[in-house]
Ligand binder design. Structure first.
Ligand code: HEM
Length: 561
């Protein structure tokens, strides 16, 4: 071969390239040494925290690879050797799992450790800067605006809709006859429809079949997010865009955002016509908005006898006295956001969309999982189901009347069963925060360093044998008042707690009581499997990989004595 001018290398280029490569290696080496040194404190503090042994460089990465159910089983079983807390390394990332209530209190009660971990970033194309992931001033001002729309006085206005929708579910369940089916299909469709009618204020008459399609799309989106959480490569935005998941995500977001955009459009039209709002005459005013600013975030009252899903000693900004909310207290979520936008620049159209997407997601998938676990557990524990049924018959007799708010206060045993379900199968099994400063723990001489991700491992916390003596046994008496009184407040946090607690806690508990009591007033539930057969997977929301298979049989109500 003869060398032409083109193919002959220019000596100047050769020398520049060689110099580049000659310098690259030492530069990388120097950068690596600097990087390791700058993280010296992180390594030193992490060293003192117990955890399963990992491999050099990749750490415990191999433990989080595999199907969702396999990973869940592996992580839970490895944590058994560590009674209070455990750390893992996912490549260079330090993740510390907390499940001692004293440590959990330090994180959840803090006004400082409220930043979400980088994993939540993957939600951004879907939820934008909605309440679940936003932080700082934006989160604070939107939380103050939104939390009051889930206060009891608003929720009481939803009771008729909760009843109507629950009856609708019963009619659909009748069509299943005596065959085994996946309860989750019905629960997710119902929870989307209920949210649309209540928090969003879109009447069922104007809804179409998109609710079910939406719920399915959400489930698939969660699968994708979970794959990204577990893959070191798909964490990179660039590499993710090269995969099939990226295209799939685009299609799913079209469905998800399609529904939320339609909801806002319909609601705006209704507002223009003056037909929107739970209380149509209600008008937002400056005084009310000022009042929202002064609503405290801790230590206020709640309804006697009802804990609404948290330890009775815990209080958050949902437990505000009715009188403190002012004249606008009965505006539902979307009404309030749209009214606020009309009356000033408190919230922009984009922000409204982000909050609607957030509430639609958080509000349906969590309660769909909780109700499906509840029905599965009733099917397994027939004697416990007898007691729930007995209580319902004592309240309602053989009447088919809708439930009132007062009735829900009397469903004490049902409530205990719901709490026990949330203990054993918390729909949000992990709450993750990013630390910007070191945190000294209370369970031992440990400090979690700034830069680490700290997670409240609710699933593990709720099965801590030093708190719940038989943690794997479904025992609603764990929520007898005397047993609760003897437990650390932070030993039961299915809805999180503190300033970033779930804004939908009371909504969820009230809705679930009406929905589940209506189902059990009409049917008896059976299951051919037991809890040991559950293949749990934590795709953001805890679910059963094999589906929530149950059978129903119509039941006879007993007249009151
Ligand atoms: C059984 C049902 C539910 C459970 C177990 C649950 C649980 C939780 C948990 C654990 C968090 C904290 C998440 C975190 O910090 O990563 C949370 C936050 C949140 N939840 Fe729920 N949730 C439920 C129902 C609802 C409902 C019905 C709504 C709305 C209608 C809702 C709206 C929200 C919102 C907006 C946040 C973010 C709050 C903030 O960061 O300020 N949730 N939920």
């Amino acid at each position: 071969m003869t060398l032409t001018k083109d193919t002959m290398a220019d000596p100047a280029i050769i020398s520049a390239t060689s110099v580049f490569y000659f310098l690259l290696l030492p530069t990388l080496l120097l950068w690596f040494i600097y990087w390791r040194l700058s993280r010296r404190r992180l390594y030193e503090l992490a060293e003192r925290i117990p955890g399963p042994k990992g491999h050099p460089i990749i750490g415990n990465l191999l433990d989080v690879i595999g199907s969702s159910a396999t990973v869940f089983k592996c992580v839970v079983s490895k944590s058994m050797n560590f009674p209070n807390l455990a750390k893992i390394w996912i490549g260079p990332r330090l993740v510390v799992f907390l499940y001692d209530p004293r440590d959990v209190e330090i994180i959840l009660s803090s006004q400082v450790y409220i930043d979400k971990s980088p994993e939540y970033e993957f939600f951004k194309p879907w939820l934008g800067d909605g309440l679940l992931i936003s932080t700082g001033r934006k989160w604070r001002s939107h939380r103050k605006l939104i939390a009051p729309t889930f206060h009891l006085n608003v929720l009481k206005g939803f009771i008729d809709l909760f009843n109507e929708n629950s009856r609708h579910v019963v009619a659909k369940l009748k069509a299943e006859g005596s065959k085994t089916f996946d309860a989750h299909d019905h629960m997710s469709e119902a929870t989307v429809e209920i949210l649309l009618e209540t928090a969003m204020g879109v009447s069922k008459k104007t809804q179409d079949k998109s609710g079910y399609e939406y719920a399915l799309a959400v489930m698939k989106m969660c699968d994708i997010l979970h794959v990204r959480h577990r893959s070191i490569f798909l964490r990179s935005e660039f590499l993710f865009t090269l995969t099939k998941y990226y295209k799939q995500q685009g299609r799913l977001l079209d469905i998800i955002h399609g529904l939320t955009t339609k909801v806002i459009k319909k609601k705006k039209e209704a507002l223009e016509k003056g037909t929107a709002g739970i209380i149509p005459s209600a008008k937002i005013n400056e005084a009310y908005l000022k009042k929202l600013d002064s609503v405290p975030t801790t230590e206020t009252a709640s309804v006697d006898g009802l804990s609404f899903g948290q330890s009775s000693g815990l209080k958050d900004d949902l437990d505000v006295e009715e009188n403190d909310i002012g004249e606008k207290k009965r505006l539902a979520f979307l009404d309030l956001l749209l009214e606020s936008a009309r009356n000033g620049a408190l919230i922009s159209d984009t922000e409204i969309k982000e909050q609607v997407d957030t509430i639609m997601f958080e509000g349906h998938d969590t309660t769909a999982a909780a109700s499906s676990f509840f029905l599965s557990l009733m099917g397994i524990h027939q004697k416990i189901q007898d007691r729930v049924i007995q209580e319902l018959d004592e309240i309602f007799g053989d009447s088919d009347r809708p439930a009132t708010f007062q009735d829900t206060l009397e469903m004490k045993y049902l409530e205990r069963c719901m709490m026990e379900t949330l203990r054993m199968f918390p729909p949000v099994p992990i709450i993750a925060r990013q630390l910007t400063e070191d945190v000294k723990l209370a369970s031992g001489d440990y400090t979690v360093p700034a830069g680490a991700t700290v997670t409240v491992a609710t699933y593990k916390l709720h099965r801590n044998p030093s708190i719940y003596p038989n943690p794997d046994i479904f025992d609603p008496d764990n929520f007898l008042p005397e047993r609760q009184a003897n437990r650390h407040y932070y030993a039961f946090v299915p809805f999180s707690a503190g300033p970033r607690s779930c804004v939908g806690r009371k909504y969820a508990m009230l809705k679930l009581k009406i929905l589940l009591s209506t189902i059990l007033r009409n049917f008896r539930v059976y299951s051919d499997l037991t809890e040991k057969d559950f293949q749990l997977q934590a795709d953001i929301i805890l679910k059963r990989e094999e589906g929530f298979r149950v059978r129903l049989a119509p039941r006879q109500r007993t007249a009151k004595a």
